[in-house]
Design a protein around this ligand. Structure first.
Ligand code: GMT
Length: 375
């Protein structure tokens, strides 16, 4: 086995969303540990710092100007991965999402031939939960997974779901997500002042891409059901337009409660200002935003679904899916009892620092890379 650090190509989605954020953080951590890292995507991943040593980014043009009636991404991506994989002698393609990324990796390795990089595929959820049951995608995902040299999921829950849905050749390895908080650029007081949060007000934070599975309707209904709603401000850091939810905000009379920021990539500026995190997904393989909230010692209230219990353990208030009144009661309890809120937040931070740091998780990927290279 070679003694130099393996050279890794990372393929991910670039926009605000847990998989791209995790892939970006992983690439930057690996670069700091001496690996040459080559990112492939159709745009620069939002949190990627191109000034760091050993970080390279290869932008893939979506095939708009071709003879085809529909734009194509998979083939230009595969060609770019093959070109760089060969010229930079990459050891690994680590792709985040099976379709189209693992499919592109498969094509790229076929183009390169025997010296091709090994393929590690990390599943983040959608391949299994949304696309897996879809007959238009199922066979392609199964093919991509069975032609990967290793497949990982970000939680035990996603592993079990994936092995139930697909017929896989090899067992899946679970490697959880991690988070490394950056320094906040604003103090709690500065940010609360900027957001217009009064001293007696309780600031609840929700961070998500607002997709259907995040159940923003339930998020708003919980605030509306709280007996303390006049003291609550709900800050939504949104990875998409909030416009579709404005009518419900008005219907529930929450216009004065809700603050939305659609361009907030720096979560570290907002987390210290908050008093709790509220997450209402009906489906969540892990919940990277929940982990980010735990790292800032903020108590979390969420539904007991998917991988969330693995992330929070007993350091959060979990409820059966859809229990709006139970969630509202938990919000009220945190407002009424700052001591309990503080203690829950501290337990959450201890758990996050014990299980989900880069120092604990990144070596698991490095060990996996070394194992597949030696296959
Ligand atoms: O749903 C999202 O937030 C986006 C999605 C993604 O693929 O970017 O997130 C998935 O991957 C994250 C990182 O592993 C997980 O923390 C999320 O739980 C997961 N989302 C779902 O399973 C719905």
């Amino acid at each position: 086995m070679e003694s130099r650090a393996p050279r890794i190509g990372i393929t991910c989605f670039p926009l605000i969303g847990g998989s791209g954020i995790l892939a970006t953080a992983l690439g930057m951590e690996l670069a700091a540990r001496g690996h040459e890292i080559h990112f492939f995507s159709h745009a620069k991943p939002v949190r990627l710092d191109l000034s760091l040593p050993r970080i390279h980014f290869h932008q893939v043009e979506v095939g708009h100007a071709t003879v085809f009636p529909c734009p194509d991404y998979t083939l230009p991506l595969a060609v770019k991965m093959a070109e760089i994989g060969r010229s930079k002698a990459l050891d690994i393609f680590h792709v985040h999402y099976a379709v189209p990324h693992a499919t592109a990796a498969f094509l790229a390795t076929e183009m390169i031939g025997p010296s091709a990089p090994k393929v590690v595929t990390t599943l983040h959820g959608t391949d299994t939960t949304l696309l897996g049951p879809n007959p238009q995608y199922r066979a392609a995902i199964e093919h991509a997974l069975n032609h990967s040299d290793a497949v990982t999921t970000v939680s035990e829950s996603l592993r079990a779901q994936t092995e139930e849905i697909f017929r896989l050749r090899d067992p899946i390895q679970v490697i959880p997500n991690f988070f490394t908080p950056n320094r906040s650029t604003r103090s709690r007081a500065e940010m609360r002042c900027e957001l217009g949060i009064g001293e007696r007000e309780f600031l609840i934070l929700h961070m998500s891409n607002l997709r259907g599975t995040k159940r923003i309707d339930l998020l708003l209904r919980i605030i509306a059901a709280s007996s303390q709603r006049e003291r609550i401000r709900l800050l939504i850091l949104a990875g998409a337009s909030f416009d579709p939810f404005r009518a419900l905000v008005d219907e529930l009379g929450l216009r004065d409660n809700v603050i939305v920021r659609e361009d907030a990539a720096v979560v570290e500026d907002f987390l210290p200002a908050s008093d709790a995190g509220l997450y209402t997904s009906e489906n969540e393989s892990f919940g990277l935003s929940i982990l980010e909230t735990l790292f800032f010692a903020k108590p979390v209230i969420a539904f007991r679904i998917g991988g969330i219990p693995e992330v929070v353990g007993d350091a959060a208030s979990l409820h059966a899916f859809g229990d709006v009144n139970g969630m509202a009661a938990s919000v009220d309890a945190l407002i009424d009892s700052p001591g309990t809120a503080k203690e829950m937040g501290q337990r959450g931070r201890e758990r996050a620092e014990k299980l989900f740091t880069a120092d604990r998780v990144v070596p698991q990927y490095e060990a996996l890379y070394r194992r597949v290279i030696s296959l």
